[in-house]
Design a protein around this ligand. Structure first.
Ligand SMILES: [Zn+2]
Length: 281
């Protein structure tokens, strides 16, 4: 488990508690500080898909979009770029998040793996300046190459930050399990503490309203069917990024996502090329 820290179950309890009045009391007792959550998401809809039911409760909260969600073949389509931006702002506004709490790193959609060194530097700077207690982000699961690239970069950024690193917590997205698309669950790793929050009533309605904001993504949602009725979080396990996240074809290999047709072998080569630069001061 990396980074290792005491109170992992306390942290998950704080993130997953329901009643707003005592939502973060566990971590507050542990840290003597506010929860300070930063959701680090590859694309404008990821935070809502993975944690939409919690976003109204986590405060103070920042959401970081690493890319603008505009793939190469749609670059230059300003209407699409505007739509992706305003969809995310509208969805996050439903959770009470002001647009000035959204950071945009401006990397290219589907091409984050080509910018690992740059992203790593951005994350070291961002986490050093904002000092979140918790970063909620993607796991390494072979779902989308941008998600995996962010997992790689943020794990290395936390390694660089050492004792100043935030706790890394994962939200769910989509990957392949037993040959089928699996959304809203983690790849099996019994060593990682986790919690699952069922969404009911107003929370379920709120998440549904947020998801409906992403009109441009309706075809993607139809294929991936993001989980709406529950959300799961776990302490990020330690990863060996030199090994594939699971056996068999990865989701992005099946869908041919990413510029140039990303494969895990290419992704691993990009990580291997970046790693020596990450180790330097
Ligand atoms: Zn995504």
């Amino acid at each position: 488990m990396y980074p290792e820290f005491p109170g992992a179950s306390c942290l998950l309890g704080a993130l997953c508690s329901h009643a707003g009045g005592h939502a973060s009391s566990g971590l507050l007792e542990m840290a003597g500080d506010s929860l300070r959550v930063l959701v680090l998401a590859a694309h404008p809809d990821d935070a809502v898909i993975g944690a939409g039911g919690q976003l109204a409760r986590w405060r103070p909260l920042r959401v970081v979009h690493v890319t603008d969600g505009v793939p190469r073949h749609l670059r230059g389509d300003s209407a699409y770029a505007d739509a992706r931006r305003t969809e995310a702002e509208a969805a996050l506004a439903i959770a009470g998040l002001e647009s000035d709490r959204i950071e945009r790193l401006g990397l290219l959609d589907q091409e984050v793996a080509y910018e690992l060194v740059r992203l790593h530097g951005m994350l070291v700077d961002l986490l050093s300046s904002l000092r979140p207690r918790v970063v909620v982000t993607h796991g390494y699961e072979g779902g989308h190459p941008d998600h995996d690239a962010i997992a790689f970069a943020v794990h290395h950024a936390c390694r660089r930050l050492g004792p100043r690193a935030p706790a890394l917590v994962e939200m769910t997205s989509s990957h392949i399990r037993r040959g089928r698309i699996c959304s809203g669950r983690f790849l099996a790793d019994p060593s990682a503490p986790r919690c699952t929050v069922p969404l009911m009533g107003a929370e379920l309605d709120l998440k549904a309203r947020m998801i409906r904001c992403f009109r441009t993504q309706a075809p993607v949602f139809a294929a991936l069917r993001p989980q709406r009725a529950r959300e799961s979080f776990r302490i990020a396990p330690g990863y060996d990024f030199s090994r594939p996240p699971h056996s068999g074809a990865l989701l992005y290999e099946v869908f041919h996502w990413a510029f140039g047709g990303m494969t895990w072998r290419r992704w691993r080569r990009l990580c291997a090329e970046a790693r020596p630069f990450l180790a330097r001061g």
